[in-house]
Design a protein around this ligand. Structure first.
Ligand code: ACO
Length: 343
């Protein structure tokens, strides 16, 4: 059985920077930069322009990952696309990305499978686990795993929505998972979910149990109330469970590998809230130099946080071949996951 390793990384964030002060001055939200920084660590985030979707953000990230992997786009055997902000209800963003990458064009068209993953902040690790299994089973040699989000279109950018809208930003990260006979790559990985908290962090814009699934006016125009249109969250419950589950799942993969925290050279924590990660870091005694963050600059980019972190760490020369890494995520569902990677 081959090993599966991350052969290339890439990322893209849209150019428009929105600072905490911009939320106040441009959108009229009753907030202060101090409030947001103190509770979340976030200083700014990126917003895509109207007309740009998650598959668009994913294109440069995917191209960079494929180039860094030293392969051609046509070498890809599968696309796994993790997002909670797909272009449409259906189809998923994976097929849009395939089309935008030019994989459907010309004599070399390659109609590889495109799978969408719906696991929110844990989406990248669910995708990584799927790609690893595909590669190890021999079903694929190179799998593109993307996490991309266009949150800015679906945030309640008013004082009413400030507790959620101040947290999120847009961006995309991508990795290529490739087969190798070398003793390296994605080692133990573990995923979990607790559906008892399905409604605790959710965006229930439609309800398929209702007839019609979105309330309609007399003219047949769909009308959605703000509490359904925008994400709702019990922030304190999310915080508590994130800390508990991330700690547990990290322990589980360490035990499976027969290692402890001090054996790990670099930690990639999902970027939901700097305070969650600082709590984990403090509790587990992890020194600053082993942890990378970008939430200060990008906010929470959900499925994109971990692949962007990895791509930036490679670009900055901090993440090098031979390092032992841990990636840990928690999010809506609740869902969570962790992986140990010999880079
Ligand atoms: N600016 C100013 N005031 C605000 C803001 C804001 N941006 N947001 C909320 N407030 C106000 C609220 O309206 C409330 O005011 P009130 O007391 O007059 O009603 C007050 O601040 C306290 O609100 P809480 O929601 O109770 O604030 P809390 O201390 O819980 O902090 C936070 C909110 C930062 C979201 C926190 O709960 C948290 O970090 N939770 C973790 C969840 C998380 O990070 N989610 C990210 C997405 S999920 C994921 O990726 C895992």
């Amino acid at each position: 059985m081959p090993n599966a390793f991350i052969s290339g990384t890439g990322y893209y964030v849209p150019p428009r920077v929105v600072t905490n002060d911009d939320l106040r001055t441009q959108y009229g939200i009753d907030t202060t930069s101090e409030w947001i920084v103190q509770r979340t660590g976030i200083e700014s985030r990126r917003y895509a322009e109207e007309g740009v979707g998650s598959a668009d953000l994913a294109v440069p990230a995917a191209q960079m990952a494929v180039k860094n992997a030293g392969i051609a786009l046509t070498d890809l055997d599968m696309i796994v696309f993790a997002t909670l902000s797909p272009e449409h209800c259906f189809p998923g963003s994976g097929v849009y990305l395939q089309q935008k990458l030019g994989l459907c064009d010309g004599p070399n068209a390659k109609f590889v499978p495109a799978l969408d993953v719906r696991n929110q902040c844990s989406g990248f690790l669910y995708g990584l686990g799927t790609a690893t299994s595909m590669v190890k089973s021999g079903a694929a040699k190179h799998v593109l795993v993307v996490g991309a989000e266009t949150h800015s279109a679906a945030l309640d950018l008013s004082t009413r929505g400030r507790a959620v809208s101040s947290l999120f930003g847009d961006g995309a990260g991508a990795v290529v998972v490739s087969a190798t006979d070398v003793d390296r790559g994605i080692r133990s990985w573990k995923l979990g979910a607790d559906g008892r908290f399905a409604d605790t962090l959710s965006q229930r814009i439609w309800d398929i149990r209702k007839r019609p699934f979105i309330p309609q006016s007399a003219e047949g125009v769909g009308q959605v109330q703000p509490e359904l249109m925008f994400a709702q969250m019990d922030g304190k419950l999310v915080f508590k469970n994130a800390v508990m589950r991330m700690m547990e799942v990290l322990m589980e993969v360490c035990v499976a590998e027969g290692i402890n925290g001090t054996d790990i050279d670099m930690f990639f924590f999902h970027q939901a809230n700097l305070r969650i990660n600082q709590y984990l870091q403090q509790h587990l005694g992890i020194p600053d130099e082993k942890v990378v963050h970008n939430i200060q600059r990008y906010g929470n980019t959900t499925a994109a946080t971990i692949p962007i972190l990895m791509a930036e760490a490679v670009e900055q020369g901090r993440l090098k071949r031979g390092m032992k890494c841990a990636a840990i995520a928690f999010g809506s569902g609740f869902t969570w996951g962790a992986a140990i990677i010999d880079w």
